[in-house]
Each structure stands twice: as structure tokens, then as C-alpha cells.
Design a protein around this ligand. Structure first.
Ligand code: HEC
Ligand code: HEC
Ligand code: HEC
Ligand code: HEC
Ligand code: HEC
Ligand code: HEC
Ligand code: HEC
Ligand code: HEC
Ligand code: HEC
Length: 391
């Protein structure tokens, strides 16, 4: 970037800014003489008031070679509320090469290149976050210019505290987090925002999943793998079989157990345990309920209680299914005298019939053994071998 490309402030504003800044630099310098003895290395680092002396002017911009404008005003009030300001992280701690004005030349031709210049800034203090293996980091390392870096998801000047003392994410921040992903995955966000989960999350309800509940925070794995698919029923089941959560919404907690027990779920759970990398064609929860478009089952338009909608879900894999096909399935219900009474009584019948048959057979076998043993004892332990030869 050359001087001719910079768009300066209007001359009076710059003059005022410069005067304020110069006065503050002077002030900071006199203050620093006190701290110098203790920390001599600090005397070249100006305080926030120096930087803000110019940067608090609203509407400051800098034009890049591409013609894009970089907005360089920093609102002191907003910065003051940020987690970094509260933790005492000064401008110059992150902007390590800026001491006064004019600033060092920047090579960035456009806004993206500009952000990338600063992509390692957070490493100074949050090194561990750079070590995670994720789809985003892989995309970044493969040179995808749109792969997110820290500052795409966090504005260092306005970043709020997001964790409480116990290290849990604050509910309000968790509820707002899908908006962060929406910057790049807007299509999915729009779908999600209208679902049972999304509507509740936007209201600050932490019982429902947001993007990072299912995909992970920072450590986002590829969701299109066989492994992710096989693990997904467990992911849904963690909440949907939890009575404390589900009772609040009057939802059944049998959905996971009944799924695991039916013809689709049995195979999926078996695969998950034995060969987690193998693709399965059996239905998982989201094949029927949708992934980012999950609706209440009694939703008047898209709910699965409407037979036509349920049939559409089945037809994805059972293309010949007709309107009666879903009846061949018990849904998530355990059979009872009121629901699927036939299945219930057949089950009940077998519950007694099978032990009865086994029991009778057991008695039969035992009596047979008894008979053989007593016959042998009566013969005085003679080997039956000669008898066999004769025959
Ligand atoms: C005398 C006014 C003035 C002072 C003091 C000042 N800046 Fe700037 N700064 C500007 C102007 C004007 C620009 C627009 C681009 C240019 O002219 O270099 C700018 C641009 C920037 C940029 C964007 C370009 C880049 O280099 O990345 C950053 C970051 C920045 N300033 C940080 C700081 C920090 C941190 C301080 C305090 C240590 C500071 N500034 C002090 C006036 C000032
Ligand atoms: C926690 C680290 C951190 C602190 C503290 C910080 N900055 Fe920044 N600043 C950055 C990073 C990183 C960028 C690059 C952001 C991007 O991707 O565009 C940046 C960008 C800038 C820019 C360019 C415009 C923009 O917003 O991208 C200006 C101007 C700036 N900072 C000024 C300041 C001033 C003034 C302060 C103190 C009041 C300050 N910064 C404090 C990390 C910080
Ligand atoms: C000079 C050290 C330093 C640098 C550089 C720095 N941070 Fe921080 N950051 C902190 C401190 C200190 C805190 C507050 C203490 C804490 O909770 O971890 C914090 C808190 C945060 C939080 C909120 C964490 C919470 O517990 O609520 C986020 C998010 C964050 N930083 C992101 C960034 C990003 C993104 C960058 C780079 C643009 C960055 N930080 C650069 C020191 C730093
Ligand atoms: C794809 C978006 C995304 C990227 C990229 C990202 N983060 Fe985050 N980060 C989040 C979200 C979402 C949260 C949860 C809090 C919230 O909702 O704001 C979070 C939370 C945090 C926290 C506080 C919670 C914790 O786990 O300690 C820190 C610190 C943090 N991020 C630092 C970073 C740093 C440093 C980088 C770059 C290496 C980075 N993040 C990259 C989205 C992102
Ligand atoms: C700055 C843009 C950006 C932001 C913000 C962002 N992503 Fe991404 N995301 C990408 C890019 C680029 C890829 C890799 C290319 C692709 O597969 O679409 C990707 C890939 C993914 C994938 C893997 C997709 C696949 O098909 O393998 C998931 C899952 C994902 N992101 C989730 C999230 C979540 C959750 C958030 C919010 C915490 C988020 N992303 C925020 C840009 C972004
Ligand atoms: C209830 C869990 C859940 C929530 C909440 C969720 N996802 Fe997903 N997501 C999944 C599953 C499961 C898949 C794999 C779907 C497949 O393979 O067909 C997936 C796939 C993806 C993909 C890659 C495939 C694609 O469709 O492009 C991206 C990107 C993604 N999700 C982003 C997001 C974002 C952004 C949000 C928040 C707005 C979000 N997800 C919320 C479970 C979830
Ligand atoms: C083969 C398709 C299919 C699969 C697989 C499936 N469901 Fe369902 N689910 C349905 C249908 C259809 C209904 C509506 C039931 C009814 O009222 O007859 C339903 C109802 C529900 C309900 C509402 C329960 C209530 O109390 O109203 C929840 C929650 C649910 N399913 C979650 C899940 C979860 C979690 C999984 C995976 C462990 C799963 N489903 C697997 C089709 C499916
Ligand atoms: C973090 C916990 C959590 C996870 C994970 C989760 N859900 Fe939910 N789900 C809920 C809660 C809580 C509700 C009730 C929301 C409400 O009514 O406001 C709900 C509602 C539903 C409903 C609507 C039931 C009805 O008819 O009202 C369906 C269907 C559903 N979830 C399916 C799924 C599927 C499929 C998955 C996995 C891909 C999943 N859920 C993952 C917590 C979760
Ligand atoms: C993701 C694909 C998929 C979806 C969606 C799906 N199924 Fe299946 N289903 C299968 C597979 C695969 C089998 C095993 C077929 C076999 O072994 O011949 C199966 C087996 C069955 C069986 C056992 C009898 C048979 O045909 O082998 C019934 C009944 C059944 N499904 C009902 C349903 C109903 C009802 C729905 C919709 C609510 C549904 N399925 C949705 C994949 C799916």
C-alpha cells in the first residue's frame, strides 16, 4: 500500500486528531518515565489513548489497491466493553509493529489479504486454538481463501466474554452463535432458523441444539462421512432420551430406544459398534426428520404426522411405498393394548408361548437324559459298544 492510496480524514478532522494524539503521546511519555524503571521495554509502546486519539474519529477509512475501503475507526466505548479491554490487553499488545504515525506500510491489496496479514495475532495468547484439526483449518491449509480464520468469527475489538466462571458458554452467546456461521453458511442458517430447534435457540433456550452442538466448537469434523452418520442417532438421542429435558416439552423419550430396536436402528447401531467406517443405507433420525429443517411432528405443513409427509420420507429409500406402507412400521411407539393392539397381543402371546415351549422341551430333554443315565446304571456301567457292533 502506498501513500497515494490512503484516503485521509478531512484536513480539519485530521488536524484535531493529530493535535490530540500529539498531546496524548506527550502525556503518555511523561507517564511512562515512571514505569520505565520497572519495565524499560515498555517505553516504546504507546497507551490506548494515543491510538484512540486518532482512531475514535468516526468515518475513518483507508482505501486498498482493490478499491475496497477498510474502516479504521475504533469506538472507544465499544472497545471498553470488550473482553480484551477488560482483561487489560492494550491496542499495542496486538498491533505489535505500530508505535506512532505514520504506520508501517501494508502489502494487502484487498480486505481478505488484509485480514490474513493479522491471522496469527491471536496466537500470542490463544495458541491452543490453532492446534485443532477441523474442516475449516483443512480448507485454510488447502488454500481456500474463504476458509474462516479467527477474525471472521470474532471481532477482537468488540468480542464479548463468552464463558462463565465454570467454563460453560453463556446462554445468550450460545443462542447468538448460529449468526456467526450464517456469514458463510447462510442457506443452512435460514433453514435452521425456522425449525423447532432454531426458533427456540434464538429465544435463548439452551435445551435445543445450535450449529456448534452438533458440529463442535472449533474442532468441526466432516459431517458427510459414514462415521458421522452412524453416530448421529446417539447425538439426537443424548437429548431426546433425557427425561429431565423432554418432560418440559411433553415429548416422548422412547424415540431413541424404539429406533434402536427397529429394523433400521438395529443395523445402524451394530455398524456403529463394529465397523464405524462402513456406509449404511438404513434410515437414521435425520433421513426421516430432516437435518437442518427439523419440524414439530404436528407442524401443519411439514409435520411427519401428516401421512403424505411421512410417505415422502419413506419413499427416499422405499421408492415403491404406497400410502399404506408407513403402517407396516410401529413409528416410535412401543405396542400397547391401545396402540398396535395386535402387535401387542402377539408379542404378549410369544412372551408366554416361547418360555412355555422352551420349558416343555427342557423337561423333555432332561427326562430323556435321566432315562439314559438310569438305564446305563442298571446295566452296571457296561459299555454299549458291543451292542452297536451287533446291530
Ligand atoms: C496521528 C493519528 C494516528 C495515531 C496516533 C494512530 N493511528 Fe492508526 N491510523 C491512522 C490513520 C489516518 C490510518 C489510515 C491509514 C494510514 O493513513 O496509515 C490508520 C490506520 C491504522 C491501522 C490499519 C492499517 C494497518 O496498519 O493495519 C491500524 C491497525 C492502526 N491504525 C492501529 C493503530 C494503533 C494500534 C495505534 C496506537 C499504537 C495507532 N493506530 C495510532 C491514524 C493514527
Ligand atoms: C486482541 C487483539 C487486538 C487488540 C487489543 C486491538 N486490536 Fe486492532 N486489530 C486486531 C486484529 C487481529 C485486526 C485485523 C482484523 C481483520 O481481520 O480485519 C485489527 C484491526 C485493526 C484496525 C483495522 C480496521 C479493522 O477493524 O480491521 C484498526 C484501525 C485497529 N485494529 C485499531 C486498534 C485500536 C485503536 C486498538 C485499541 C483501542 C486495537 N486495535 C486493539 C487485533 C487487536
Ligand atoms: C495479549 C493476549 C491476547 C491476544 C493477542 C488475544 N487475546 Fe483473546 N483474550 C485474552 C484474555 C486475557 C482474555 C480474557 C480471559 C479469558 O477468559 O480467556 C481473552 C478472551 C477472549 C475471548 C473470550 C473468551 C471467554 O472466556 O469468554 C475470545 C473469543 C478471544 N479472546 C478471542 C481472541 C481472538 C480471536 C484473538 C485474535 C484476534 C485474540 N483473542 C487475541 C488475551 C488475548
Ligand atoms: C467458524 C467460526 C470460528 C472460528 C474460525 C473461530 N472461532 Fe472461536 N468461537 C466460535 C464460537 C461460535 C464460539 C462460542 C462462543 C460464541 O458463541 O461466541 C467461540 C469461542 C471461542 C473462545 C471461548 C471459548 C473457548 O473455547 O475457550 C475463544 C477463546 C475463541 N473462540 C478463540 C478463537 C481463536 C483464537 C480462533 C482462531 C484460531 C477462533 N476462535 C476461531 C467460532 C469460531
Ligand atoms: C468465513 C466463512 C465461514 C464461516 C464463518 C463458517 N464457515 Fe464453515 N466452512 C467454510 C468453508 C470455506 C468451508 C469448506 C468448504 C466447504 O466444504 O463448504 C466450510 C466447511 C464447513 C463444514 C463442512 C462441510 C462439508 O461439506 O464438509 C461444516 C460442518 C461447517 N463449515 C460448519 C460451520 C459452523 C458450525 C460454523 C459456525 C460456528 C461455520 N461453519 C462458520 C466457511 C465458513
Ligand atoms: C441437530 C444437529 C445439527 C444442527 C443443529 C446443525 N447441523 Fe449441520 N449437519 C448435521 C448433520 C447430521 C449433517 C450431515 C448431513 C448429511 O450428511 O446429509 C450436517 C451437515 C452440515 C454441513 C455439510 C453438508 C451440507 O449440507 O452442506 C454444513 C456446512 C452444516 N451442517 C452447517 C451447519 C450450520 C451452519 C448449522 C447452524 C445454522 C448447523 N449445521 C446446524 C447436524 C446438525
Ligand atoms: C423411519 C423414519 C423415522 C426415523 C428413523 C426416526 N423417526 Fe422420529 N418420528 C418419525 C415419525 C413418522 C414420527 C411421528 C410419529 C407419529 O405421531 O406417528 C416421529 C416422531 C418423533 C418425535 C416426536 C415425539 C413426540 O413425543 O411427539 C421425536 C422427538 C422424534 N421422532 C425423534 C427421533 C429421533 C431422535 C430419532 C433417532 C434416534 C428418530 N426420531 C428416528 C419418523 C422417524
Ligand atoms: C441439545 C439437545 C437436542 C439435540 C442434540 C437434538 N434435539 Fe431435537 N429437540 C430438543 C428439544 C429441547 C426440543 C423441543 C423444542 C421445543 O418444543 O421448543 C426438540 C424438538 C425436536 C423435534 C420436534 C418434536 C415435536 O413434535 O415437537 C424433533 C422431530 C426433533 N427434536 C428431532 C431431533 C433430531 C432428529 C435430532 C438429531 C439430528 C435432534 N432432535 C437433536 C433437543 C435436542
Ligand atoms: C435412508 C433410507 C431409509 C428410509 C428413509 C426409510 N427406510 Fe425403511 N428400510 C431401509 C432399509 C435399507 C431397509 C432394509 C431393507 C432390506 O433389508 O431389505 C429398511 C427396512 C424397512 C422395513 C422392514 C421391511 C422391509 O421392507 O425390509 C420397514 C417396514 C421399513 N423399512 C419401513 C420404513 C418406513 C415406514 C419409513 C418411513 C417412515 C422408512 N422405512 C424409511 C431404509 C430406509
Amino acid at each position: 500500500m502506498t501513500h497515494s492510496q490512503r484516503r485521509f480524514l478531512t484536513p480539519p478532522a485530521l488536524l484535531v486528531g493529530l493535535a490530540v494524539a500529539l498531546a496524548l503521546i506527550g502525556l503518555a511519555a511523561t507517564r511512562l518515565t515512571g514505569a520505565q524503571a520497572a519495565a524499560p521495554a515498555q517505553d516504546t509502546q504507546p497507551g490506548n489513548e494515543v491510538c484512540l486519539g486518532c482512531h475514535q474519529q468516526p468515518g475513518m477509512t483507508m482505501e486498498l489497491e482493490s478499491g475496497e475501503q477498510l474502516y479504521v475507526s475504533v469506538d472507544p466505548a465499544q472497545f471498553g466493553k470488550s473482553v480484551h479491554s477488560k482483561a487489560g490487553v492494550a491496542c499495542a499488545v496486538c498491533h505489535t509493529d505500530i508505535f506512532g504515525y505514520p504506520h508501517p506500510e501494508r502489502t494487502a491489496k484487498n480486505l481478505r489479504e488484509y485480514s490474513l496479514l493479522y491471522q496469527n495475532t491471536c496466537k500470542i495468547c490463544h495458541e491452543a486454538k490453532y492446534q485443532v484439526d477441523s474442516v475449516h483449518r483443512q480448507a485454510f491449509e488447502n488454500g481456500d481463501p474463504n476458509a474462516p480464520i479467527c477474525t471472521d468469527c470474532h471481532n477482537p475489538h468488540t468480542q464479548a466474554q463468552v464463558k462463565d466462571e465454570q467454563g460453560n458458554l453463556i446462554p445468550e452467546e450460545l443462542g447468538k452463535s448460529p449468526e456467526i456461521c450464517a456469514k458463510c453458511h447462510n442457506g443452512i442458517y435460514e433453514e435452521y432458523a425456522n425449525t423447532v430447534h432454531g426458533v427456540a435457540a434464538a429465544k435463548g433456550n439452551t435445551d435445543v441444539p445450535v450449529c456448534i452442538t452438533c458440529h463442535g466448537l472449533h474442532q468441526i469434523e466432516d459431517p458427510t462421512t459414514a462415521q458421522f452418520r452412524l453416530n448421529s442417532p446417539k447425538l439426537c438421542g443424548e437429548c431426546h432420551s433425557n427425561k429431565t429435558i423432554m418432560d418440559k416439552y411433553g415429548l416422548s423419550t422412547d424415540v431413541y430406544n424404539t429406533y434402536v430396536a427397529d429394523f433400521h436402528g438395529t443395523t445402524v447401531t451394530l455398524f456403529q459398534k463394529l465397523s464405524p467406517d462402513q456406509e449404511t443405507n438404513k434410515a437414521v433420525c435425520y433421513d426421516c426428520h430432516g437435518v437442518h429443517n427439523i419440524r414439530a411432528v404436528d407442524d401443519p405443513q411439514a409435520g411427519l404426522e401428516i401421512k403424505q409427509n411421512m410417505l415422502l420420507a419413506c419413499q427416499k429409500c422405499h421408492p415403491d411405498a404406497n400410502i399404506n406402507f408407513p403402517d407396516s412400521w410401529l413409528s416410535h411407539y412401543t405396542p400397547s393394548p391401545t396402540r398396535y393392539p395386535l402387535v401387542y397381543y402377539v408379542n404378549l402371546f410369544y412372551k408366554f408361548f416361547i418360555p412355555l415351549v422352551l420349558g416343555v422341551m427342557g423337561i423333555f430333554v432332561l427326562s430323556d437324559i435321566y432315562k439314559k443315565v438310569t438305564t446305563r446304571v442298571k446295566r452296571g456301567g457296561k459299555s454299549p459298544a458291543p451292542e452297536q457292533k451287533e446291530s
